[in-house]
Write a protein that binds this ligand. Structure first.
Ligand code: DAH
Length: 344
């Protein structure tokens, strides 16, 4: 009898799970749980058993009854829920759910604008590795080992234990200038190239510093390139991005891979030159260092500096974005909150 009860329970569960029809479920309820149903038949047969067997078998019958009941109820509940869903889903007259339309990230928009300006000037776009060698990040660019200018780059180093690399050989690139050597060794001049990309430095994170940031490096090599070509290019691109009334000024600076080197300042768009925390109270924001490519860089890349000349520059992309949208904290750009992102 025990086995019969267990089989009955299993069959009942199987049949309940197999049907999606209300009518069949009601028939199954009557067949198993009704007054003349199979469970009750067992309860009647119970009386035929010896008294010491009755208790255990009785418990088994009751448990099976409960299981069948709850399986049936769950199924009915599921079915009702599903029916409501399907009804709503197929109700063609119900108003639709408006899907949200996303927007490009502020940085993507500004990067596209910048790259557009360069494409009008005939520049090609190159992409390079974020994990860079000491050679391309420094050596090619006229930073000999132990040169103090390396200090300014706040370099992080990969732990290369157990690999073929020597300590210090492999780094997250500190600037997109690292692509100068890679491109110059491959391409034959004349060329004009821009390289947008992410860079990494060991910085204390605050409103105007991050451990990763974006730059757009650019360089042009040709026969008669002059310093004024560089200044004209910078002015053209910045006025293209910030509007023709953007005010720019230059100051000398030093980078080992350019001579002379120049820093470009844009009149602070946040305070319009009055001085605010964003421009460190100076009224001007440093935005685009540049210079004439050092002859050592050209010759290391097997380009004859007596025949060819070039200029190079780097745009601090994150800085341009914050100035353009008057964002006073760089961290806003990496905040994933949609309420922030939707504003730009
Ligand atoms: N790579 C430099 C840095 O991030 C910036 C730079 C300065 C790039 C002068 C240039 C340049 O191309 O000509 O510190």
């Amino acid at each position: 009898m025990r086995e019969d009860i267990i089989n009955l329970k299993n069959n009942a569960i199987g049949q309940i799970m197999d049907t999606d029809s209300d009518k069949e479920l009601e028939e199954l309820r009557i067949e198993y749980l009704g007054r003349n149903g199979k469970i009750n038949e067992f309860l009647i047969d119970l009386k035929k058993l010896k008294p010491d067997e009755r208790k255990d078998v009785g418990i088994l019958i009751n448990e099976s009854k409960k299981t069948i009941e709850s399986t049936l109820n769950d199924k009915i509940e599921n079915l009702t829920q599903f029916k409501v869903d399907t009804k709503e889903w197929f109700d063609l007259t119900a108003p639709g759910v408006k899907s949200e339309i996303g927007n490009l990230h502020a940085q993507t928009k500004v990067l596209t604008e910048i790259l557009n300006q360069f494409s009008y000037l005939g520049y090609q776009i190159a992409d390079g590795p974020e994990v860079e060698s000491d050679y391309y990040n420094f050596e090619v660019l006229n930073f000999p080992k132990d040169h103090p200018a390396r200090d300014a780059q706040q370099t992080m180093f990969f732990d290369v234990t157990g690999t073929k690399f020597k300590p210090g050989e492999l780094i997250p690139r500190t600037h997109t200038s690292a692509m100068q050597g890679r491109v110059m060794q491959k391409m034959k001049p004349p060329f004009r190239v821009v390289v947008p990309g992410r860079c990494f430095r060991y910085e204390q994170i605050d409103a105007s510093h991050g451990v990763d940031f974006w730059q757009v490096e650019g360089f042009a090599v040709d026969k008669n390139i002059t310093f004024t070509d560089l200044l004209g290019t910078i002015e053209y691109v910045l006025k293209g991005v910030f509007g023709s009334d953007a005010q720019i000024r230059f100051a000398t600076t030093f980078f080992p891979f350019v001579e002379p080197g120049v820093d470009t300042y844009l009149k602070c768009t946040v305070c319009k030159g009055k001085g605010c925390s964003f421009c460190k109270k100076s009224g001007w924001s440093e935005i685009m260092p540049a210079g004439m490519i050092h002859p050592n860089v050209l010759s290391t890349c097997k380009i004859d500096p007596k025949v060819w000349r070039g200029f190079a520059f780097a745009i601090g992309l994150s800085r341009v974005v914050t100035l353009k949208y008057k964002i006073d904290d760089l961290r806003t750009l990496t905040n994933p909150d949609l309420r922030i992102l939707k504003q730009y």
